[in-house]
Design a protein around this ligand. Structure first.
Ligand SMILES: C[S@@+](CC[C@H](N)C(=O)[O-])C[C@H]1O[C@@H](n2cnc3c(N)ncnc32)[C@H](O)[C@@H]1O
Length: 229
């Protein structure tokens, strides 16, 4: 039997005598083959090893923050890795990526020209802090866009189904059109991933050059900056 990917489930399907073609740590495979540990125990150890590897990778990233973005941009999208005080929510974010405190975010170099647009993503919990960041980065708050999600999320008082984008400007730079609604509807994707539709809205409303800060993947026609790009 050949398995190409290591998962707890796939490993648990394998008997000790079977040929393992998985990328599990060799010592664990050896212990399973020799019958020293059960399949269940092997699965448990693999999960633990995978978690340790993820933590170490995150620590390596933290030790080497990316170089600041090069250039000056007329339109910047910023999607910060907010650090939550609430332990449960913080854990949920930190399971996915390294987070940043408010002071650190306020000190961020935002490479905008004299006339520029800024789109700052904020969650319902961080609306107040979002306004503070616009001030710290030298942008005047103009309006707020809302992402409406069809699915209902968690929430203490009401259940989450929205995220907001604070729109601020530096200098004097009008939007390219005046027929764009302040809300848009798009389904949730993977953790923290912002909808494609939003980037279309930005390109239709604001001039380039464009910079996506705290991006996780490159985007055609944009500069992308972040420790996971
Ligand atoms: C909210 S997520 C961004 C999600 C992204 N906009 C998307 O749509 O997929 C925040 C990102 O900031 C990154 N990050 C955290 N600390 C950072 C740092 N000091 N420098 C650069 N990026 C950092 C995280 O690793 C994560 O990829």
């Amino acid at each position: 039997m050949t398995v190409t990917r290591t998962t707890h489930q796939s490993l648990c399907q394998l008997g000790p005598a079977q040929e393992l073609a998985v990328d599990a740590p060799e010592p664990i495979k050896e212990q399973l083959r020799s019958g020293e540990i059960s399949e269940k125990e092997a699965g448990r150890r693999i999960l633990k090893a995978e978690r340790r590897a993820k933590t170490m990778a995150a620590a390596a990233i933290a030790a080497e923050p990316p170089e600041p973005p090069i250039g000056t941009f007329r339109t910047i999208v910023i999607d910060p890795p907010w650090r939550y005080d609430n332990v449960t929510t913080r854990g949920a974010a930190e399971d996915h990526y390294q987070t940043m405190g408010l002071d650190e975010l306020a000190r961020l170099e935002v490479p905008a020209g004299e006339n520029a647009h800024l789109y700052l993503w904020t969650t319902n919990s961080f609306l107040r802090e979002g306004f503070g960041l616009l001030d710290a980065w030298g942008f005047a708050y103009k309006t707020c866009l809302t992402w409406v999600k069809p699915q209902m999320g968690l929430g203490n008082w009401f259940r989450s189904a929205t995220e907001h984008v604070l729109f601020g400007i530096r200098g004097d730079l009008p939007t390219l059109r005046n027929d764009v609604k302040k809300w848009f509807e798009a389904p949730n994707e993977s953790h923290s991933k912002k909808p494609e539709l939003f980037y279309g809205l930005v390109e239709g409303s604001s001039p380039g050059p464009y910079l996506d800060m705290f991006a996780r993947s490159p985007r055609d026609g944009w500069s992308a900056w972040g420790n996971e790009v």
